[in-house]
Design a binder for this molecule. Structure first.
Ligand code: ATP
Ligand code: MG
Length: 896
């Protein structure tokens, strides 16, 4: 069975049994700051298991993209040596949200594995939690497995918990004997050696664990399962490891070919090839999901995986970027199941190439830094590179620990790896905080009430900005040791958070900033400074009480700051228009990587491998403005998710969509799934102006723009500036550019004329001022010159002038002299310039370069040049007369 068919057979099997097929969620979990990456199929359903949200259907089936590189599940170090662990893998799962439980879960699993996948029961074993007699009996009854192949195991492997508290329960795993032809071995030994391979884990969510560790039975027990597609494929395709399946074959072959080897030829190379293939998949999927390489949080993890792949590439002999050339191969293998790979292929390739290049040069320069560090330590009699120093090298230069270790070993040094790990752990903490974005809703929620206790807030503010008769449900005061604490009331001067039953305040989401405005009640008033919400839909109004006292139960009147909201709406609809126009002009590969919709501006980040050209930007801007001019009514609808996708709606990365979705359409141009606030008619947007375009990471561009009043103000200001320029130039605005251009030309002409005149004046003055005679041609300069052993020497100070002019002057004087040496000095602003010129007939006897070399130190400088012409600078202007007085001696010195 091909891997594609295995994936499909799993989905079909459960769909036929009443499970809703839910698409894979992105690798970046939505609204869960505690988790960097989706690491199991249940992640997108967490709030259903916690009872925070009601599931749209009682049963679901998914093929979920997973990444296990951080936190509780981290398989990174296993990748390469292990035949069955990946960073990125696909998890097939079926879920019951308080619907069926152990019996059906086991029955489904057994039926699929034996009947659909056709695995012989003799090859199968199951494990159960040692206290779970129920599961043990069920396995025995349903599968008919002999008791010797239903193993009772401890909590480490067979008791699953989401966290220290909350839903948890026993689990049960299905194992396959991958070498039935060999003599049987004991369970422990067989699982360790990989002879018995775990393919599927069934979790029975049965309890709610409280803070004291006590287990309370859940009212509606649930099921969460996960089977690794790569492992199942290895079993069904009868191969030794996941890497020998059709999921990895083409990637390994392409990588080996580039490296000029073949997979299977050499043990050590094979490990590196596996690492490259595995990490390539992780990197490609992360990029497709909009993660951008960076120095913190998710971007940092992505960068580390990429660099680890490059490191192994270096072991394979690559000394220039190679990984990006393999990016398209991942799309060839998995693009059918994950279309996002195809759409982002070019941008991802460009990003990987840029990262690789940066890293390779980093390693080269970082290695030098390590050597310097080690030298210093050696001199101090040390032989260990301290953890902190190692981490700094790692952090600043991106040098992985392996590289540090290698270099250290070459220098007969060791690295304090424990200290390094400690620094690393501190950094991880920091990353986690960053992933949370500083927005500590969990703390707020804890202050305001327990999980599941806060009601979702009804939002009725799409079409109205005012609402009478909303009710205050809960209050928290901000500040204190915990950051927030539940409050029975908020008095004038207090800052806090209010949860209401209904609201017209839009809570920050989908890039759109939260609303601000006012809450009023009889005898009081508070300003709303911001509004946010949690994934379960509870809105948090950040308030500052100005008058009176606010308490739960108070009936309040709400008023959103309407002007601000309208400006936000303009920018939000304009963002959709911009997105559509970008795809028209730059191609469908453009993928949204983030956005900000604020009242005064909008920002749109997207993947694209190069800067957007000026004419492309003009085309994009024009397309958007054509839509605003067309004054098209926007169509906003709530409809089933599938229907929306079928209509061509763009679903955005990182968003979690329910059963029914809201679509925002500008008919004939843009259709997006979006929960934000929009204008009713594109005409309301007014003018749309792009204010900037730049790269914010490799392969990611950012466009900033303004609309409505902000755009109008910008245009007016630009025009006012043009008027000023025109007035200053003394012409009407339409002729200002020509006039400025012509003024600049005239000025340049005048300057060069001035310079010519100055040279003539100075040269003439020197002649006139020194000789008194009025000879002709070169002869006249003689009189200003001294003679040294028959050679004419003219040494003079001249007024400061631009370097080109001084050179010109030296040249003119040299010509006038006919045969001889000219040395000029000029002082300006604490600096001295010395120039020397020698006529061609003296070549071989006198060198301008040597003269300057001798004279420059006298004015505190240095310099040199050609034998016929040389120049030097100095920092002691006071010494110029001394230097000029020394010219004769210097000439004599050279001649002698
Ligand atoms: P193992 O003990 O083999 O690491 P696990 O107990 O961590 O597996 P679960 O968390 O139960 O695995 O995940 C469910 C299934 O997902 C596993 O049965 C396996 O098929 C698959 N799986 C888990 N981790 C990986 C991984 N790193 N690479 C590939 N498949 C995996
Ligand atoms: Mg594991």
């Amino acid at each position: 069975m091909k891997s594609h068919d295995i994936r499909q057979s799993f989905v079909d099997f459960f769909a036929e049994r009443g499970h809703r097929h839910v698409p894979s969620a992105p690798l970046v979990p939505h609204g869960d700051p505690t988790l960097l990456f989706t690491n199991a199929g249940m992640v997108q359903f967490k709030s259903y298991f916690l009872g925070e949200e009601t599931p749209p259907a009682p049963r679901a089936v998914t093929a979920q993209k997973c990444l296990r590189v951080s936190g509780k599940h981290n398989d990174l170090e296993n990748v390469g040596p292990s035949p069955r662990h990946h960073t990125f893998f696909e998890m097939l799962g079926n879920f019951s949200f308080g619907d069926y439980f152990k019996e059906e879960a086991i029955r489904f699993g057994w039926e699929l594995v034996t009947e659909v996948w056709g695995l012989a029961p003799e090859r199968l074993s199951a494990t159960v939690f040692h206290e779970d007699d129920e599961a043990w009996e069920l396995w025995k009854g349903i599968s008919g497995l002999p008791e010797s192949r239903i193993h009772r195991c401890g909590a480490a492997d067979n008791f699953w918990a989401m966290g220290d508290t909350g839903p948890c329960g026993p689990c049960s795993e299905i194992f396959v004997d991958v070498h039935p032809e060999r003599p049987a071995v004991g369970w422990e030994e067989g699982t360790e050696s990989g002879r018995y391979l775990e393919i599927w884990n069934l979790v029975f969510m049965q309890f709610d664990r409280d803070a004291a560790g006590t287990l309370h039975p859940l009212p509606a027990p649930s099921v969460d399962t996960g089977a690794g597609l790569e492992r199942v494929a290895a079993v069904l395709q009868g191969v030794e490891s996941n890497y020998d399946t059709d999921l990895f074959g083409p990637i390994l072959a392409a990588a080996a070919k580039l490296a000029g080897t073949s997979y299977g030829a050499d043990g050590e190379d094979d490990v590196s090839l596996r690492v490259v293939a595995d990490h390539l998949r992780a990197v490609t999927f992360l990029l497709a999901d909009g993660v951008i390489p960076g120095n913190e949080g998710r971007g940092y993890v992505l960068r580390r995986i990429l660099r680890r792949a490059v490191r192994h590439g270096m072991k394979l002999g690559f000394d220039e970027p190679f990984l990006h050339r393999l990016v398209p191969v991942v799309g060839e293998v998995l693009g059918g199941a994950y279309p996002e790979l195809t759409a982002t292929r070019e941008a991802s390739r460009a990003t990987v190439a840029a990262e690789e290049e940066k890293f390779l040069s980093t390693v080269a320069s970082g290695a030098r830094q390590v050597q310097e560090e080690i030298e210093g330590l050696r001199e101090a009699g040390e032989s260990v590179l301290p953890g902190k120093a190692a981490f700094t090298l790692y952090d600043t230069y991106g040098l992985p620990l392996e590289v540090l270790r290698e270099i250290a070993e070459e220098e007969r040094f060791t690295v304090d790896e424990e200290g390094f790990e400690a620094e690393m752990a501190a950094r991880r903490e920091q990353s986690r905080a960053v992933a949370g974005g500083g927005l500590d809703l969990p703390t707020l929620k804890r202050a305001l009430g327990g999980a599941g206790e806060l009601p979702a807030t009804g939002f009725v503010g799409y079409d109205r900005h005012r609402l009478d008769g909303a009710r205050v449900e809960r209050l928290a005061a901000l500040g204190g040791a915990e950051g927030a604490a539940r409050a029975a009331s908020l008095a004038a001067g207090d800052a806090g958070v209010a949860v209401l039953d209904r609201t017209v305040f839009y809570a920050e989401g989908g890039g759109e900033v939260g609303d601000s405005g006012a809450i009023e009640w009889d005898g009081g008033r508070a300003r709303v400074t911001d509004t946010r919400k949690d994934p379960a839909g509870t809105s948090f109004h950040f308030v500052e009480v100005e008058e009176g006292t606010l308490a739960p139960g108070t009936a309040v009147r709400l008023a959103v700051d309407g002007g601000r909201r309208l400006a936000i709406e303009r920018n939000h609809t304009a963002t959709h228009l911009l997105h559509a126009a970008l795809r028209e002009v730059l191609g469908e590969g453009v993928r949204q990587a983030g956005s900000l919709v604020a009242p005064d501006r909008l920002r749109f980040d997207f993947t694209f491998p190069r800067p957007v050209m000026a004419e492309e930007l003009a085309g994009i801007e024009e397309r958007v403005n054509r839509r605003t001019l067309a004054a098209t009514p926007t169509a906003i609808e709530v409809r089933p998710y599938r229907e929306a996708l079928a209509a061509g709606a763009m679903a955005l990365f990182g968003e979690k969509y329910g059963d029914t979705v809201r679509t925002v359409e500008v008919p004939g141009f843009s259709l997006e799934l979006c929960g934000g606030c929009h204008v009713r008619n594109t005409g309301e947007i007014g003018l749309f102006r792009i204010t900037g375009e730049r790269g914010i990471a490799s392969g990611v561009r950012r466009i900033e723009a303004v609309t409505g009043e902000a755009a109008y103000r910008r245009v007016r200001e630009a025009e006012a500036r043009l008027d000023e320029v025109a007035a200053a130039a003394g012409v009407p605005p339409e002729r200002a550019a020509d006039e400025v251009e012509s003024l600049r030309r005239k000025l340049a002409d005048a300057e060069s004329e001035l310079s010519r005149l100055r040279v003539r004046l100075v040269a003439g003055g020197l002649v006139a001022g020194t000789g008194g005679g009025s000879g002709t041609g070169g002869g006249a300069a003689d009189e200003g010159a001294t003679e040294v052993e028959g050679i004419k020497v003219l040494a003079r100070e001249v007024p400061a002038a631009p370097p080109a002019e001084l050179r010109n002057l030296a040249d003119v004087l040299r010509n006038k002299l006919g045969s001889g040496v000219v040395v000029l000095g000029a002082r300006d602003d604490g600096k001295v310039t010395l120039l020397a010129a020698v006529t061609p007939d003296l070549a071989g006897r006198l060198s301008a370069g040597l003269l300057v070399k001798e004279l420059a130190p006298l004015v505190g400088g240095g310099g040199g040049g050609r034998p016929d012409f040389a120049q030097a600078g100095g920092r002691e202007p006071d010494k110029l007369p001394d230097a000029l007085a020394a010219v004769d001696a210097a000439v004599r010195h050279q001649l002698g």
